[in-house]
Design a protein around this ligand. Structure first.
Ligand code: C5P
Length: 309
């Protein structure tokens, strides 16, 4: 028997993301917020291997702390596999083996990347042959960030964040990320933003009626110019994340003092993303942040979306 026959699994790699710009509008009746964001997929990857099984099972390892990852039916990758099976009438199962590199509950879309990887892997393993449009539709049912993990690259997301339009981006942006051992709950961060807007209207701008990505952000991405992008990085969720985790403010200040062009809370946090000019400068910043006791790593973007590795 050849190695391939002994190991009839499908391996898929999907990226984490940084929202280089995120404007959050009002809460809608379904509980979601209308938003406009510019996503960039970055070179921290979730690796998933799907193999034939009778039921739906999962194992999770990683270079990051994975203790917070559910391994029961609430896991988003397992839900993705089940959704694909239900929608296509596939009556078998799958075992998913996930190796995580994206911080858990960190605001970088690791769980969404797992779900995107599971859709692509199971579709190939089971031969269900969905089009990319069909996969996108299933992805959007699983979570607002799942379609972007499928697409990768650089994109503008509107609606819940799941209506995607690719954005032109030149070159490569270098990031230094600082993970935090205590994750943040995304719904709690959104709820905190609503509360701040209501109770501290004088300090915090109101929800924009029609969120939109600033033209300056699109221009900086197109130009591939990190200095230009550093000037316009923005995240409406940052105030809420900092309110829930005031300790993050000092780390943002430290990163900029130690040489970052700018720093931002990634998505709903608590991971912090620092933009640097070159990989070399990033390495210097990483060392200084590590010396100060932080868990830092380097990544670059944009990179590809979920695909068979
Ligand atoms: O779609 P996903 O499950 O990733 O979203 C997690 C939570 O984040 C939602 O339940 C909601 O509370 C919040 N959210 C939101 N508006 C969005 C995206 C997410 O309020 N556009």
């Amino acid at each position: 028997m050849t190695l391939v026959e002994e190991f009839p699994g499908v391996r898929v790699r999907a990226p984490g993301k940084i929202n280089v710009f995120l404007e959050v509008g009002a809460r809608q009746d379904d509980g979601y917020h209308d938003l406009a964001t510019a996503f960039q997929a970055v070179s921290l990857y979730e690796d998933l291997v799907a193999s034939h099984a009778d039921g739906f099972t999962l194992s999770v390892t990683g270079s990051v702390d994975t203790t917070g990852v559910p391994v029961d039916d609430t896991n988003l990758a397992l839900r993705a596999a089940r959704l694909l099976a239900t929608e296509t009438g596939y009556d078998g199962g799958v075992h998913l083996d996930i190796r995580k590199e994206v911080p858990v509950a960190g605001g970088m879309g690791g769980g969404s990347a797992d779900a995107a990887a599971a859709l692509v892997a199971c579709d190939a393993l089971w031969g269900t042959g969905l089009s990319s449009r069909e996969l996108h539709t299933l992805a959007a049912r699983l979570g607002a960030d799942v379609p972007f993990a499928l697409a990768g690259g650089t994109a503008v997301g509107t609606g819940r964040g799941d209506a995607l339009n690719p954005a032109l981006a030149r070159g490569r942006f270098e990031w230094v990320l600082v993970a935090n051992p205590d994750g943040l709950s995304t719904p709690k961060v959104y709820a905190e933003l609503d509360r701040l807007r209501e109770e501290h209207a004088a300090q915090i701008p109101p929800a924009p009626e029609t969120p939109s990505v600033s033209a300056d952000v699109l221009h900086a991405l197109r130009a591939g110019d990190p200095r230009m992008l550093a000037e316009v990085l923005h995240n409406d969720l940052q105030a809420a994340a900092l309110r829930l985790r005031p300790d993050l403010g000092a780390v943002l200040d430290l990163g900029v003092r130690e040489g970052a062009l700018a720093g931002i809370v990634s998505g709903s946090g608590p991971t912090l993303a620092f933009l640097v000019e070159t990989r070399q400068e990033g390495y210097g910043l990483l060392q200084r942040l590590e010396r100060a006791g932080h868990d830092a790593f380097q990544a670059h973007g944009p990179v590809h979306g979920a695909r068979i590795a």
